[in-house]
Design a protein around this ligand. Sequence first.
Ligand code: M6R
Length: 373
Amino acid sequence: LQREFQHFMLKEIYEQPESIGRGVAQYVASLGSSAPSFHALPEANCFEEIQILACGTSLHAALVGQFVLEQVAQIPTRVRSASEFLAAPLPVTRQTLLIVVSQSGETADVLAAMRLANQQSSSGLAGFKVFAITNNSHSAIAQQADYERSVGAGVENSVAATKTFTAQLVLFYGLALAWGRQRDRIPDEQWVTWQSRMAALPSQVDQVLQQDDSIAAIARSLKHTNHIILLGTGINYPIALEGALKLKETTYTHAEGYAAGEFLHGSIALLDHTIPTIALCPTPPFRSDPSLENPPSEGGDQMLKVTQRIRRNGSDVIAIGGSEAAIALPLCDQLLSPFLTVIPLQLLAYHLAIARNIEVDRPRNITKSLNSF
Ligand code: M6R
């Protein structure tokens, strides 16, 4: 049955099982020795390090991308916001692959950063290449790069990026797997496991979406809350940042994302009973899967210690995943958990905006694409 949506943001959140499935079919399932989606992209032996530049939600996707490129493909990767790159460019070499990420493909800071990197490399760095990941192959950023791929999420109308974020993740995982295979970092058995785990993502995302009513109830309970803290560890730290951005831009709530352990080093002094903490708890039961050779993770235990301390101090913890979850998540490998942990945060932001009568698809002071100032 076709469901009617009152807002683009909710429609686009609900389109994710489909857009993730399309991306997995295009960039992961077809990945073999002759993967068509990766034809004419640089081979892993053409570069020694990757730099990634992006802004906003695309920057958070880049941080998840960095995690899988480093931990799965074992390629040294640095990420910088495009605007900060303009202030302090990273040195590029002939062995650098520069990846620029932009949903619109038109963001002014990303274009300016590309130009600056190209100027740096024009002094004889023939091997330096730029690879654009956008949602529009006809955009300026895609057109000006040496290589480009579209994440193929379909048009995104809501100012808040949702389905393009998870589509960017799929492409990063596809690249990490392709380059990891080329570098002999992913043996055949692991490769088969990766493919089946990624193929399961659309139905797992669907299971999270089915908790929409209880997530909406939590959102309503936060209607008069002025500050929200979000905690994540490891690959879910960028998801804490992304959740905070979604809450700020659509609900005008002051929200901050932290790495859980780092939060103890001063910022925890902020907390009182009026400030709830949202904790992303991918372990347990999201245990690392030895068959995927996950990086060693103390993240689950650390999160448990931090949330216990927050509760002892008298503040509320809303757990997403884990044994005391307010919002449960299907069992999933730690490395794939960002696809699931981000969905409740998108829904929470949407429903809180609605509870506050905010025009959720067109929040104040921002536009869909920051292509000029
Ligand atoms: O089109 P881009 O991905 O380059 O846009 C970057 C940011 O402006 C964008 O992600 C912004 O943060 C969104 N409104 C987030 O929902």
